[in-house]
Ligand binder design. Structure first.
Ligand code: PXP
Length: 245
């Protein structure tokens, strides 16, 4: 089975910092959180530069890019303004996500079927600059096909519905994700997953052999309040390894 990477989403360290002072030099220090996350077993750092800058700031992105030795995965909306920032910063990877101003978090996957040509334009520009592009989509046949047509290298499946479900409904969602991962992999897309993942619901996702990257944030940062980043990330890593065997 391919190695399963873990990307740590540190958006909510910035949420906490911004509650007091929304500047890149304020505390808690985002760069320190990123470095500790990588030391604890993260393979990459994921950050979402939202249009309203509610957590990550432009200055955070520049600072992380300057100092981090491991890859940055930048989540962003496919807008002209964000394209310029990505092309100027050149993170290792970009994950294109849908963005609604009033949502609490990224509530669903991108509609790649509807966004087709426009999204493909963004994918092409970023890919031409050497950036690995993934599309954040629901585990849906039409979306997978549209993602492949767009020229994206990877898809990240939105695991939010799975994470919020229980019992039989959660089993159904898991089956959908297992099926979708197979389809995407068959098309040659790299398969990632994320959203709402916890110690409890991650093992079943980590066991899907086609998935090679998980991006996890809110739960790990919350858990770190009690046990520290080293322990929260270390335990997630151990669970992922066990599920992969
Ligand atoms: N992947 C994507 C594309 C996301 O938008 C998010 C949330 O920002 C995550 C993963 C991480 O989700 P969570 O914070 O619920 O672990």
């Amino acid at each position: 089975m391919a190695k399963l990477r873990l990307g740590i989403n540190i958006d909510h360290v910035a949420t906490l910092r911004n509650a007091r002072n929304a500047t890149a030099s304020a505390l808690p220090d985002l760069l320190r959180a990123a470095e500790e996350s990588l030391k604890a077993g993260g393979d990459s750092i994921t950050i979402h530069l939202r249009e309203d800058r509610r957590h990550i700031l432009d200055a955070d992105l520049a600072r992380l890019k300057k100092h981090l030795k491991k890859p940055i995965n930048l989540e962003m909306a496919a807008t002209p303004a964000m394209e310029i920032i990505a092309l100027r910063t050149k993170p290792h990877a970009v994950c294109l996500v849908p963005e609604k101003r009033n949502e609490i978090t990224t509530e669903g996957g991108l509609d790649v079927v509807k966004g087709g040509a426009k999204l493909a334009g963004t994918v092409n520009k970023l890919a031409a600059a050497g950036i690995r592009v993934s599309l954040f989509i629901n585990p849906d046949a039409a979306q997978i096909l549209a993602a492949w047509t767009s020229g994206a290298q990877a898809v990240e499946f939105h695991t939010g519905t799975y994470a919020n479900a229980t019992g039989a409904a959660q089993k159904r969602e898991l089956k959908r994700l297992q099926w979708a991962a197979k389809q995407a992999h068959k098309l040659g897309l790299e398969v990632h997953a994320g959203h709402g993942l916890t110690y409890e619901n991650t093992p079943a996702i980590a066991a899907i052999p086609e998935i090679v990257e998980l991006n996890i944030g809110h739960f790990l940062i919350g858990e770190a309040l009690f046990v520290g980043l080293k322990a929260s990330i270390g335990r997630m890593r151990a669970l992922m390894l066990k599920a992969r065997k």
